[in-house]
Design a protein around this ligand. Structure first.
Ligand code: TPP
Length: 362
């Protein structure tokens, strides 16, 4: 429905819930009952809180450099909710909400960004790949995984996330081309948050939209309001169903905004105005859901206060667990690289251990 009706070349964008909390009744997905919307809203509040906690920890030397999520909660939670738990997720590096909603424990996510190797060890049944730090490389992995699913006649699909900056990488074009030719069950989600560090979207591509790039590769591309939970869910669901039925890939451009700095090592005041950020704050994905729920009589200040209190306790517990986890020994650097270590790795490990022993004796 959305994939055919909305033309990216005409800049048509799918929106079901606007920034004032008004929705289009005829487009509201049937899955979005008040209870479900509340549950998804609570998840979004929770992940924003986790993100804020990570920032606090980083500023006090208890977390490494990381890429904050703030502003992209609807793009991630809406699309994840359209996936089955058996589907693969292949993230970039800003996907706290999507990855944890898909089964990565929040503690594990925190540990990864603390530099602890345990942070890369997911429970066995969690079908999420680790965060990809090299920009864009993950899209090729996603296409490979989805091709494997197709060849094995498995019904799972693969959803991969990346930013607007990643579309300038050769990897993006190779992945899109391969997916189009082999009709792989892949859903490409570009979170166009308007910047690649300090490079604005206007300097990234001369195309009017990112969604339209799919046309050249022979499959649909659709522009979606990425701050609209309902639209993100509805379009991802359609793309996922299409992929599952053998229809091939889809590119979704989630039009959104990174409200925080690129990473904790960035200062976004150097390249964007406060006025611009304030304008986007009005389009906050959490705020519009709050307004929607309020109109339905399902949101009150009392409910919000209780929610914040409960979630804060949960975040405190996670933080305690994370900080009580022992740092890893040097062995872990080598042990998780391959199922069977190579001779070269064994030699390097022995050498490093010997060097550290000598160092400690000094
Ligand atoms: C291959 C590669 N080149 C450069 C970098 C440095 N780098 C890290 S994030 C980033 C910008 C990514 O922008 P975008 O894809 O829009 O994602 P966003 O950070 O906005 O979520 C760059 C250039 C990198 N990590 N990998």
């Amino acid at each position: 429905m959305f994939l055919e009706k909305y033309d990216p070349l005409k800049n048509q964008m799918v929106q079901i819930l606007d920034q004032d909390g008004n929705h289009k009744e005829d487009l509201l997905p049937k899955e979005m009952t008040d209870d479900v919307v509340k549950d998804l809203y609570e998840q979004m509040v929770f992940y924003r809180m986790c993100d804020k906690r990570m920032l606090k920890m980083q500023r006090t030397g208890r977390m490494g450099t990381f890429a904050p999520l703030e502003g992209q909660e609807a793009a991630q939670i809406g699309s994840e909710f359209a996936m089955k738990k058996t589907d693969w997720m292949v993230p970039a590096f800003r996907e706290l909400a999507a990855m944890c909603a898909h089964g990565v424990p929040v503690e594990t996510f925190f540990l990864f960004w603390r530099g602890n190797e345990i942070g890369s060890k997911y429970p066995k049944d969690v079908k999420v790949l680790p965060s990809s730090i090299p920009v864009g490389s993950q899209m090729l992995h996603a296409v490979g995984i989805s091709l494997a699913s197709k060849l094995r006649k498995e019904k799972d699909i693969t959803v991969t996330y990346f930013g607007d900056g990643a579309t300038s990488e050769g990897d993006f074009h190779e992945a899109m081309n391969f997916a189009g030719v082999f009709k792989t069950p892949t859903v490409f989600i570009c979170q166009n948050n308007q910047y690649a560090i300090s490079v604005p979207r206007s300097k990234q591509t001369a195309s009017e939209t990112i969604a339209q790039k799919a046309i050249a590769y022979g499959f649909p591309g659709v522009l979606v309001d990425g701050n609209d939970l309902f639209a993100m869910f509805a379009v991802t669901k359609e793309a996922a169903e299409r992929a599952r039925k053998g229809g091939g890939p889809t590119l979704i451009e989630a039009y959104t905004y990174r409200l925080a700095d690129h990473t904790t090592a960035d200062d976004s005041t150097k390249y964007r105005t406060q006025e611009e950020v304030d304008g986007w704050r009005k389009r906050d994905p959490l705020l519009r859901l709050q307004k929607y729920l309020f109109k339905k009589g399902a949101w009150t200040e009392k409910y919000e206060a209780a929610l914040q209190e409960n979630l804060l306790k949960k975040v405190d517990e996670i933080t305690e667990k994370v900080e009580a986890t022992a740092d890893q020994t040097v062995d872990s650097m080598f042990d998780y690289l391959f199922a069977e270590p190579t001779q070269e790795l064994l030699e390097q490990k022995a050498y490093l251990k010997k060097m550290l022993e000598l160092e400690n004796k000094k």
